[in-house]
Design a protein. Structure first.
Length: 199
């Protein structure tokens, strides 16, 4: 486990933390607005919120570049999959049109802009509010997921490299001990008592 792998691990852990915090903050803000409007909450939004919360806690715990953080590569892979599912679900809500989609103008943009106070908000007005935060949620969900993937591969590399080095060390130790036993046997055969016995 070299210095380079530790530096890379910490860098991507920080990336995981930042991405998760951004997603968590934006969605938490949206949930607050939904609560003010007494509106229903999409289950896909709740799922992304939960994954972001878990990621914040996990990235902080795994931030120190100790060996246990590299052994967590199966967990890293699982969180990556969860983030990709979250990204897919969120992206499916707005579709290819993103901020001009029907779902966006009637849900995210509508509640983000607090348009329930306005009797007849226009399509253009609603579509121009909250687009940046929604795009940020999509972008950082995707980026954060790949940070977890990188750490998963890094942990796998470090653990198997360490295991391979230990295997070679054991093989070398075994060869050394075998040579030592041979030398000891030869030395014992040449003791003074053996020489007198031969004489």
């Amino acid at each position: 486990m070299g210095t380079a792998s530790k530096v890379v691990s910490v860098a991507f852990r920080i990336g995981e933390l930042i991405c998760a915090c951004i997603v968590l903050g934006i969605i938490s803000r949206f949930l607050y607005l939904l609560d003010l409007a007494n509106a229903h909450v999409e289950s896909k939004i709740i799922y992304a919120e939960v994954i972001a919360g878990i990621s914040v806690a996990a990235s902080i715990i795994l931030l120190p570049p100790f060996l246990y953080s590299f052994w967590a590569f199966p967990f890293d892979c699982a969180i990556f999959i969860c983030w990709m599912v979250a990204f897919g679900l969120l992206n499916n809500l707005s579709g290819a049109h993103t901020c001009s989609s029907y779902w966006y103008t009637n849900y995210w943009g509508y509640y983000w802009g607090r348009f329930w106070h306005h009797p007849h908000p226009t399509y253009t007005l609603v579509g121009g509010v909250g687009c940046g935060p929604w795009r940020s949620v999509l972008a950082f969900s995707f980026i954060g997921g790949f940070c977890w993937l990188v750490n998963s591969f890094l942990g796998l590399y470090v653990i198997f490299t360490k295991w391979d080095d230990k295997k070679h060390l054991n093989e070398k130790s075994g060869t050394t001990m075998e040579a030592l036993h041979r030398e000891t046997g030869q030395t014992q055969a040449q003791t003074p008592a053996d020489i007198e016995a031969v004489a």
